[in-house]
Design a binder for this molecule. Structure first.
Ligand code: ZN
Length: 414
């Protein structure tokens, strides 16, 4: 009797596993990006994840994509337009969703504002955002000068004063003991990753006490390895602000996971073979932020042309070496769309490569533990449908006919 009931139980539980769940969605007539090209497929969504199948299965909803081009959602690898203010978050969310940008990384934000907007982000109908909160710098370093000037000139951060900004708007440390003391405060704010400033670290000794360099210096580079160790022990990744090639090399050697700018974002620097090899070897995410150079476009056109030439060369060589390039703008008014268009306009990389930097590489940098940024079985059901082929013309990345996020269609006012 006991044997029979055990057998019955085993059969029942096997049946329960085998009874197929009716998919929530079936997508017909779509061309799906596989990382290399677009291929026709019928794709199902069950429990919010993708399933490619050749079988025709009944689903709760079927959607005819009419030959549309399906790509992973776009992604912003560097911005500060979430978590820098308690206001305007709804509009920012709509701008991101309109542009098809579903994931964003904020290396530098306030815990106060992050908490204030927490219920308006990281939901199926909003943008998924990872925050570093505020970063660690040296005394009088970046971003202190920037924060104080934004506060004085534009009235930003009204909840704070110059006197209450320390440990809220930036963390300063000059010794190992201070790094440990600040680390406890950084950790208490429960960041998703950690931000550190290097700023002409090769001139650290010359800059550290020079009032001319207030706001234009960073952490003592000798302290960075210990900070990386503390972060990695806490299972947190480290993003480093860099200005120069020496900063980038120092950050990579110290074990940084994310380089928050490419050094040629603002200059004509040509990266050395050594630093490119280091970038490849460490597989650190290299966030572009190259459209920052547009500040020179009108007033210094010759300099701008030279910077673009350096950007082209560096991108070609980094990509050829197999470095992990990620689209990110560091532009408060952007959602990464203008940065992606800037990269395409340089003509240095294939459209396929820029699309991968904007989707897969960026998604992995923002949320490495999630199955996002690719269109494959078992990945989260989030994607965009384009009316025309983005590999033929990168402008077509703007022509979004459907936005699908976390297993459901998004309604966005175009
Ligand atoms: Zn930034």
């Amino acid at each position: 009797m006991k044997v029979i009931s055990v057998l019955l139980m085993a059969t029942l539980s096997a049946c329960a596993v085998m009874v197929p769940q009716k998919p929530e969605y079936r997508f017909d007539n779509g061309l799906w990006f596989d990382g290399e090209a677009f291929a026709p497929a019928t794709v199902y969504v069950t429990y919010g994840v993708l399933k490619f199948s050749t079988q025709a299965i009944d689903a709760d909803n079927s959607i005819d994509l009419g030959g549309g081009y399906v790509v992973p959602p776009y992604c912003e690898g560097h911005n500060h337009n979430f978590g820098g203010s308690a206001d305007g978050v709804e509009e920012t969310v709509q701008n991101y969703l309109k542009d098809g940008v579903f994931y964003a990384m904020m290396p530098g934000s306030f815990e106060l504002y992050r908490t204030a907007i927490a219920d308006k982000i990281n939901t199926p109908t909003s943008v998924d955002v990872a925050f570093a909160n505020n970063g660690l710098t040296g005394t009088g370093g970046h971003p202190r000068g920037l924060r104080e000037s934004l506060m004085a000139r534009f009235g930003l951060y009204p909840e704070f004063s110059k006197e209450t900004l320390p440990d809220k708007g930036y963390f300063e440390a000059d010794t190992l003991a201070e790094v440990h003391a600040k680390w406890a405060l950084i950790l208490a704010e429960r960041p998703d990753f950690v931000k550190v400033m290097l700023f002409f670290s090769e001139d650290y000794e010359q800059r550290k006490d020079n009032p001319d360099h207030f706001g234009r210096r960073g952490l003592n580079p000798a302290l960075l390895p210990e900070l990386v160790r503390l972060a990695h022990d806490a299972k947190l990744r480290v993003a480093v602000h860099v200005e120069t090639e020496a900063d980038m090399a120092t950050a990579l050697r110290a074990g940084a996971d994310i380089i928050a700018h490419l050094p040629s974002y603002d200059s004509t620097v040509r990266l050395s073979d050594d630093v490119i090899a280091l970038a490849k070897e460490t597989n650190a995410a290299l966030v572009t932020t190259l459209s920052i150079a547009k500040r020179y476009e009108r007033n210094a056109p010759d300099k701008y042309t030279e910077i673009l030439n350096a950007q082209r060369e560096n991108l070609i060589r980094l990509h050829a070496a197999g470095a992990n390039l990620v689209v990110g703008s560091d532009n408060f008014r952007d959602t990464s769309r203008q940065e992606a268009m800037h990269l395409a306009s340089l003509g240095a990389l294939e459209n396929k490569t820029i699309l991968t930097m904007w989707t897969e590489n960026c998604a992995r940098a923002v949320f490495p533990e999630r199955k996002i940024g690719r269109l494959e079985d078992g990945y989260e059901a989030s994607f965009l449908v384009l009316e025309a082929d983005p590999l033929a013309d990168f402008e077509n990345t703007r022509l979004i006919s459907h936005r699908f996020k976390d297993g459901a269609l998004l309604n966005v006012d175009d």
